[in-house]
Design a protein around this ligand. Structure first.
Ligand code: ADP
Ligand code: MG
Length: 351
């Protein structure tokens, strides 16, 4: 398949919006790569610029050995799924799927045979004669995927392909898509604003903010070691505790509590320095009795999350969240202690 290499990629729209800002990125051959970031950060622009639907203002796009920066979309060997699917309403499922081959001027019988093959792979066999309006959302999504696959491209570009599905279908489609990508081994760039989706599906994730990449890493890396406050706040189903703090020698003072200085911060911070102490609710162990080096306060809220509860402690006016396992939940207004697990707290000084 193919490596994708973006070098200094910049896109400034007419009117002056800098949607991509000198972005460098290398996506490995066969990788399932997620582009994650809030609305408006430039994800769609990046995908469209790789596809050739937008022209780069500066920088280059390489797919495999080929510099495709100035090539039209049809000559880039990519298949794209658009967020709203962009199916042709007046065409049958077969003609929708076969469309990329029509652009390539393939013969009709060849187009129909290829469309039927892909339709069978995606479980769309019985639906070939229908129009898109006669399909469910999940089926439309598969037709869009089939159209992206039909020409057997080297690269898949998927723009929030699951965001129009309801929650249950979305989970099914996640598994389906991941399995399909594994089997086909096609280099895939998957755009999402949903951090849980990126963590669940991707081999690696790039977290974007305002046309730039703030961190690249495996799901485990961006979850456990967010490189900056932006990523720390963006990743995680329950928000990370980020507490204004100050270095006190070998310790750090946060919410009035002295805690051990995180290992990685040693030598990088100075005594008295203002920092932010970060620890995920997942990595705070709750205790109903006193523990040294812990956040201690009144239980303000207990939220049931199913197999765990999110407990909010009021620690001298600072709210600290801890995940507590089934059966160990405290009652509101109890006094509780939340102990940061060794090696799981982080310090930020990037403001
Ligand atoms: P995302 O997909 O992450 O939500 P987009 O790539 O769609 O972000 O947009 C990035 C920025 O570029 C936004 O500020 C958006 O308003 C702007 N933008 C997107 N498309 C256009 C366009 N065709 N013309 C002008 N500005 C645009
Ligand atoms: Mg978008």
């Amino acid at each position: 398949m193919a490596v994708i290499t973006l070098s200094g990629l910049t896109k400034v729209y007419p009117g002056g919006v800098r949607a991509l800002d000198a972005l460098d990125l290398e996506i490995a051959d066969g990788e399932f790569f997620a582009l994650l970031g809030p609305s408006g950060c430039g994800k769609t622009t990046l995908l469209r610029t790789v596809a050739g639907l937008e022209t780069a203002t500066a920088g280059s796009v390489r797919i495999g050995e080929t510099d495709v920066t100035r090539l039209p979309p049809g000559r880039r060997d990519v298949g794209m799924v658009f967020q709203d699917y962009a199916l042709f309403p007046h065409m049958s499922v077969t003609d929708n799927i076969a469309y990329p081959l029509r652009i390539k001027k393939a013969a009709k019988n060849e187009r129909h045979a290829a469309a039927a093959d892909v339709a069978a792979e995606l479980g769309l066999d019985g639906l070939l004669a229908r129009r898109p309006s006669e399909l469910s959302g999940g089926q439309q999504q598969r037709v869009a995927l089939a159209r992206a696959m039909v020409a057997r491209p080297q690269v898949f570009l998927l723009d929030e392909p699951l965001s129009n599905l309801d929650a249950r279908l979305r989970l099914e489609a996640r598994t389906f898509l991941k399995k399909l990508q594994r089997e086909l081994g096609v280099t895939t760039v998957f755009v999402t604003h949903d951090q849980a989706e990126a963590l669940a599906m991707a081999d690696r994730i790039a977290v974007m903010e305002a046309g730039r990449i703030r961190q690249i890493g495996t799901p485990a890396e961006v979850f456990r070691r967010p490189a900056n406050l932006f990523v720390a706040a963006f990743i995680g189903s329950t928000p990370m505790n980020l507490v204004d703090a100050r270095v006190r020698g070998e310790q750090v003072e946060a919410a009035g509590v002295l805690l051990p200085l995180p290992e990685e911060a040693r030598g990088l911070v100075t005594d008295g320095q203002a920092v932010v102490y970060g620890v995920r609710p997942d990595y705070l162990d709750y205790s109903p009795s006193p523990v040294d080096g812990s956040f201690s306060g009144r239980v303000a809220v207990v939220e049931n999350l199913g197999s765990s509860s999110l407990v909010t402690l009021d620690v001298e006016g600072v709210l600290i969240h801890a995940l507590v396992g089934e059966g160990s939940e405290p009652e509101p207004d109890e006094h509780g202690w939340a102990v940061p697990r060794a090696g799981r707290a982080l310090l930020y000084s990037d403001g």
